[in-house]
Design a protein around this ligand. Structure first.
Ligand code: GTP
Ligand code: MG
Length: 355
């Protein structure tokens, strides 16, 4: 029976319990084996022993094979996964190591299958009950050593499974707005103004370590907001920044670049506009909307200086509360209303953007 793969980010709680050590797997297999009984229906001692041991071998081998199969299936199909997830995964774990670990689990399952048939034959053609016992014991030993050899691989997979839980839930069909900019400029605050997201905000840089998601409605259309960790003007990216970039690259229908015109965020306007220019080059095909944030805090001078550097800008702050950005999105993206039905069933694909 083919078991469907679940999306990468739906594994959460399951994964926690799904990674037994080699020893635990073997203990579970032996517990199954001990319960095997053929009752009193066979009178001939040799025949009975052969039947019993065959059943034990099947139970033991089946359990181990199934266990390995299930463990492998808990991970996404790397070769056929969405490029966004692939990039995110790459920022969190080594794709090569993961592939290799999954390959080992798969190969071990095949080895188990092979030796199971080998010993099934031996038990079947045993001449004495002792010989049938000897073959069963030998099978248990060999199967045990296959599982034991997997111990470090299982440890790696357990570690990886924990990291995969950080991957956010993403709707690949929704119109997606990606919030980008330096740390502390107010990206997460903007996400909360637009959506009902409960993401964490604080007056420190790098509050957002993961990608926060939120949704709101615009002209009956579902807009997905991805709040990325602050992007820094550095060629060498750390893992958090890689995650942010991956999101921007693959999913943005529009990029909203947030600027803090005051010095409160800890970065000058010059640094922030430098990054904006870089992003414009890198994401040529994607519409970028510049948002001058913290309008309530900024001086007129600060706002004017930021305005001069932007062809189109949106002023946002505590007073505006997201309203200006909503307006700008409708105008810039020329969003056509779509029927509620399509929206509700999620049939609507990403609209084409006008640049
Ligand atoms: N006065 C004022 N403060 C703001 C505004 N927007 C954000 N802030 C404050 O700026 C600080 C940083 O806001 P965040 O929303 O966490 O910034 P961020 O860009 O998400 O930061 P990282 O996650 O570190 O990249 C917080 O103390 C916010 O309260 C605004 O429009 N006006
Ligand atoms: Mg943030």
């Amino acid at each position: 029976m083919k078991k469907a793969r679940k999306p990468l980010n739906s594994h959460g709680s399951e994964l926690k319990n799904y990674f037994p050590s080699s020893k635990e797997i073997m203990d579970q297999a032996y517990a199954k084996l001990r319960k095997v009984d053929v009752g009193k229906k066979y009178r001939d001692p040799l025949f009975k022993r052969k039947k019993l041991n065959s059943l034990k071998l099947t139970t033991f081998g089946d359990f181990l094979q199934k266990k390995l199969f299930e463990l492998g299936k808990l991970f996404p199909d790397i070769d056929n996964m969405n490029p966004f997830f692939r990039d995110l995964l790459g920022a969190l774990v080594s794709i090569d190591k993961l592939k290799m670990a999954l390959g080992k689990v798969n190969a071990s399952s095949k080895v188990l299958k092979k030796i199971r048939f080998e010993y099934a034959k031996k038990i079947y053609s045993s001449k004495t009950p002792d010989e049938a016992n000897k073959h069963l014991k030998a099978f248990e030993g060999r199967a045990g050593s296959v599982i034991k050899k997997l111990n470090s691989t299982l440890k790696t997979l357990k570690e990886y499974s924990k990291l995969l839980k950080e991957v956010p839930t993403i709707d690949f069909d929704a119109f997606t707005m990606v919030l980008a900019g330096f740390p502390n400029v107010g990206k997460t605050t903007l996400l909360k103004r637009l959506t009902k997201s409960k993401a964490k905000i604080s007056g420190y840089q790098f509050t957002t370590k993961q990608i926060n998601t939120g949704y709101f409605e615009l002209k009956y259309r579902k807009v997905q907001v991805l709040d990325t960790p602050g992007l820094l003007d550095r060629s060498e990216l750390n893992d958090i920044e890689k995650k942010a970039l991956a999101a921007v690259k693959h999913l943005a229908s529009v990029i909203v670049f947030v600027i803090d015109p005051t010095i409160n965020c800890g970065f000058s306007q010059k640094e922030q506009f430098g990054l904006l220019e870089q992003m414009k080059k890198e994401f040529k095909g994607t519409k970028i909307i510049g948002v001058i944030n913290k309008a309530d805090l900024a001086t007129e001078e600060e706002i004017n200086s930021a305005k001069e550097k932007l062809d189109n800008f949106v002023l946002e702050g505590e007073k505006e509360n997201g309203a200006n950005l909503r307006e700008a999105l409708i105008k810039e993206m020329k969003l056509q209303p779509i029927s509620d039905k399509k929206y509700l069933t999620g049939l609507q694909k990403k609209p084409t953007t006008t640049t």
